[in-house]
Write a protein that binds this ligand. Structure first.
Ligand SMILES: NC(=O)c1ccc[n+]([C@@H]2O[C@H](COP(=O)([O-])OP(=O)(O)OC[C@H]3O[C@@H](n4cnc5c(N)ncnc54)[C@H](O)[C@@H]3O)[C@@H](O)[C@H]2O)c1
Length: 281
């Protein structure tokens, strides 16, 4: 993108957001990068974030597999416990505040659709009832087998992780049955994910979308940091764009073709530049 294309894209994005009646925010792991969180782009990206797994040859697929909780719970919880601690410590970057400011002022309101499990939108003050976490949340736990189909908050559970070995020093267990708990996240080869919480979120989302169709015409989609390896978020953007004749803005340093407006840059930079124009009137 040359400078002129970038300026055009930012102007078009600012105009579309200003004129919109409702906003849908779609986010992948790249949304957290400017808060200091890693994305897992490709195996190298994963090993950049977790160099300790490189010597073992373990990639994201191996560690984020539900079987890992069966075969090696200490290592499985080493990985997820580390992430839980990291996400708890992280402060969402200023781009979250800007999105909340724009979205909060729209007559039709907003919704968030994210594959992130990190809870950063809730932490930034977005309404819990306006978020779909399509892959679940690390801030919720379920039993290993999902047998009781009970989902509980992970507040009150802390996992100590040895950062040299990436092994958990303690394992979260059900307070009554002592059964091993695992994050309520959809993993690879996962037959046991308890989907109820996500299903409830989707019911609210669908109800909101239904009202949107009959009441509002100007819908803007802002997609941030969504990768291609697991394309759930990207697919959702395209479905919504078609169904609501919506303007799709994508912000991603990788760039992207399938959008109305593309900002080839990081989320924080893109959102800040758009906001500067919105505020300038
Ligand atoms: N924070 C999290 O919750 C988290 C983190 C990593 C992975 N995951 C899980 O792993 C899967 C990963 O898929 P994914 O597509 O979300 O991530 P991904 O790692 O495959 O891709 C990340 C994308 O973010 C972009 N990106 C990098 N830096 C950025 C920045 N500063 N601003 C905006 N975009 C930036 C990259 O170009 C890439 O397209 C998901 O299913 C998700 O559940 C979650």
């Amino acid at each position: 993108m040359d400078q002129l294309e970038i300026t055009d894209a930012i102007e078009n994005a600012a105009r579309a957001i200003k004129e919109s009646e409702a906003i849908i925010i779609l986010a992948g792991a790249g949304m957290g990068v400017d808060s200091g969180l890693p994305d897992f782009r490709g195996k190298d990206g994963f090993w950049k974030a977790y160099p300790m797994f490189k010597s073992r040859g373990s990639g994201f697929y191996d560690l984020a597999s539900s079987r890992n909780f069966e075969n090696n719970p200490v290592l499985a919880w080493g990985f997820y416990g580390h992430r839980l601690n990291l996400y708890r410590e992280t402060v969402p970057h200023d781009g979250f505040r800007l999105l909340k400011q724009w979205a909060g002022n729209k007559p039709g309101g907003y919704f968030i659709f994210t594959s992130n499990v990190d809870g950063q939108f809730q932490k930034a003050g977005f309404d819990e009832d306006r978020i779909v976490e399509c892959h679940g949340s690390i801030h919720h736990l379920q039993t290993f087998s999902g047998a009781k189909s009970e989902i509980m908050s992970s507040d009150g559970f802390h996992v100590d992780v040895d950062l040299d070995t990436m092994k958990a020093k303690n394992l979260p267990r059900h307070p009554e049955t002592n059964e091993l708990l695992r994050p309520n996240i959809l993993m690879f080869d996962d037959w046991f994910w308890v989907e109820d919480r996500c299903r409830q979120q989707k019911i609210k989302y669908q109800a909101w979308l239904k009202g949107l169709k009959s009441n509002y015409q100007e819908v803007v989609l802002i997609e941030l940091g969504a990768g291609s390896a697991i394309p759930t978020v990207k697919q959702q953007s395209l479905i919504l764009r078609e169904r609501y004749n919506a303007t799709l803005i994508k912000i991603n340093p990788e760039g992207c073709h399938l959008a109305d407006i593309v900002l080839k840059m990081g989320a924080l930079e893109g959102l800040t530049k758009i906001n500067d124009l919105i505020e300038a009137g």
